[in-house]
Design a protein around this ligand. Structure first.
Ligand code: DON
Length: 558
């Protein structure tokens, strides 16, 4: 059910909760309705999609701290109305003092320190990444883009039941583990927040103000950097003042490919998402899939077989391209994809029979994606994360923001599954300055030279399949924008050898048909939180907000 909320000025509309809405000119879809509104506020002040991405990105750090962040990192894919496309890689990097075996104990066993506490954090990339995007493409002043986030942090916003409940759990964990700033900020030092309470974050407002006043120097140097390094020392972590001063985002050419009548523009390594997405779109056979039909056991089988083969490649061939020569062209070569497809039969191929050389890795589930299209036709697809929900659970004392646990996306122990059950290889082992392999897949589709679709999702390795299925649902099966997002999702990541399917996602006879082909099925809770904008030449924009995980998700536009 969609719930119309207050309108943001004349003719603008805001919707919270599972919804589709049509907008004539511009739209922002994110995991928090106030963050979507922040983007629209900036668009209406004359900003473009990148200005709106800065506003939404910083606002999510205030209103959706499970994944919206200053202390994490991510990827932004941009396409201008004039056809320039480019990505910003602001993924975290490993500290200079990081070592290959830093997460193993004395007998070589994996500890939980890659997930929890001060050692789990890579150097945050978000403030530098949003700054770099703004410097290159932004239209209005940086300060203006941060104003909504600062206001939300300073004046507060009302918590709903879900956020208040999550904060109580986080605060309790902070208390138990000795992350006392987390206990203080999110648990009001033992006086837990309840639904309807105003959540004010004065320290975060100050940190945002320093970023507004001094750009990246307001985070990577000066007071914020001092507070961050002091916090890291308190918990015997590794991030130093030099690490912070040295952090650099990277502009990377997007990966592009053809699918049906569309040009797909997506994220290159250090994400595995773009490669795997293009491999899968290149391996499926559109006519066969169409004749099998949406939701049929045949179509699910065809798509799952492709997933397995691509995730097997991930385990061996994908990592930070600045440290490992990822053979992107070979992995995307149509001849290679045809050869990979050749042994797909009517039966499930056991993962053990799919050659990879090494097992792959897994990832955590709390990230956030937003999609933006402005009135000129510029578009941003942005996915960023702390990795796990609320990251390392460590809040920087006096600075009001949480730190990531992205170090767990490295192969902390090559061959051993990580928090997402991914088994990863040697190529993704920890090295100073390296970026851990990601699955985030912010993506744009272009048709006849114009932006046609903006999509992305959280969900660790499931991200890639959520984006794949949403694109196939819309472009190949011709589902409506809403149905493309709402359709039940399924996931296979090669190891473990099983299809996970959203509960209620399959009718019994389809499940039985898949099992009789040799597939192992497991039901799971919601997969991803996908925000989609479809641009239709005749009717304008159609934005679809998440109908799965985020009770706060919302659309704004005009
Ligand atoms: O970069 C990655 O692939 C992971 N750190 C993403 C984690 C994630 O999506 C958690 N979200 N739901």
């Amino acid at each position: 059910m969609s719930l119309p909320l207050l309108a943001l000025g004349l003719m603008s509309l805001t919707l919270q909760g599972p919804a589709t809405e049509k907008f004539a000119k511009a739209a922002v879809a994110s995991d928090h309705v106030l963050a979507s509104e922040a983007g629209v506020e900036v668009l209406k002040a004359g900003g473009n999609a990148v200005d709106a991405a800065v506003a939404t990105g910083f606002a999510l750090a205030v209103t959706f701290p499970a994944a919206g962040n200053l202390g994490g990192g991510g990827f932004l894919v941009f396409r201008s109305a004039t056809g320039e496309s480019m990505t910003v890689d602001y993924r975290e990097t490993a500290p200079a003092l990081a070592t290959r075996n830093m997460f193993l104990d004395g007998v070589g066993k994996l500890t939980d320190r890659s997930v929890l506490g001060h050692l789990a954090s890579g150097i945050p990339g978000t403030p530098a990444g949003l700054w770099a995007a703004h410097k290159r493409w932004g239209k209005i002043r940086w300060k203006q883009c941060l104003a909504p986030a600062i206001r939300l942090a300073r004046k507060g916003f009302q918590l709903n039941h879900e956020l208040a409940t999550e904060f109580a759990g986080l605060a309790e964990e902070g208390r138990k583990k000795g992350f006392l700033e987390t206990y203080r900020v999110f648990g009001r030092s033992g006086n837990p927040y309840r639904a309807g309470d105003l959540f004010k974050q004065p320290e975060l407002a100050e940190t945002l103000q320093r970023i507004a006043d001094f750009g990246p120097d307001g985070f990577y140097k000066g007071r914020t950097a001092e507070l961050l390094v002091a916090e890291i020392k308190r918990g015997s972590g590794l991030i130093s003042a030099e690490d912070l001063a040295n952090y650099k985002p990277v502009f990377r050419e997007p990966l592009t490919g053809k699918f049906l009548d569309y040009e797909v523009v997506t994220m290159p390594p250090p994400s595995s998402g773009g490669i795997i997405l293009l491999q899968m779109l290149g391996m499926i056979e559109p006519e066969k899939l169409r004749s099998e039909g949406f939701g049929s056991s045949g179509a699910i089988h065809s798509m799952v077989e492709v997933m397995k083969r691509c995730f097997a490649d991930r385990a061996v061939w994908m990592a930070d391209p600045d440290f490992f020569p990822v053979p992107v062209e070979k992995l995307l070569d149509p001849a290679y994809l045809r050869q990979r497809r050749a042994n797909i039969s009517d039966r499930a191929t056991p993962s053990a029979d799919i050659q990879t050389g090494l097992p792959t890795s897994a990832e955590h589930e709390e990230t956030t994606h937003f999609s933006i299209v402005d009135s000129e036709g510029n578009a941003v697809s942005n996915t960023y994360t702390l990795n796990g929900g609320y990251g390392s659970k460590v809040t920087v004392t006096g600075a009001g923001f949480l730190l990531n646990n992205e170090m767990d996306d490295f192969s902390a122990k090559p061959g051993t599954p990580n928090m997402f059950g991914l088994v990863q290889g040697e190529q993704n082992a920890i090295q100073p300055g390296k970026r851990p392999l990601s699955s985030m897949t912010p993506t744009l589709l272009v048709k006849e030279g114009k932006i046609a679709l903006v999509v992305g999702s959280p969900g660790g390795p499931t991200i890639i399949n959520t984006v794949f299925e949403t694109i196939v649902n819309r472009t190949l099966f011709g589902l409506s924008a809403q149905s493309s997002v709402s359709a039940p999702r399924f996931h296979h990541q090669w190891l473990p050898d099983e299809i996970s399917i959203e509960a209620l996602g399959l009718s019994k006879d389809v499940a039985t048909a898949l099992q009789s082909r040799g597939h192992k099925l497991r039901t799971r809770t919601a997969q991803g939180s996908c925000h989609l904008i479809v641009v239709e030449p005749q009717t304008g924009l159609r934005a679809v907000g998440c109908d799965r995980r985020q009770s706060t998700a919302g659309l704004a536009g005009y």
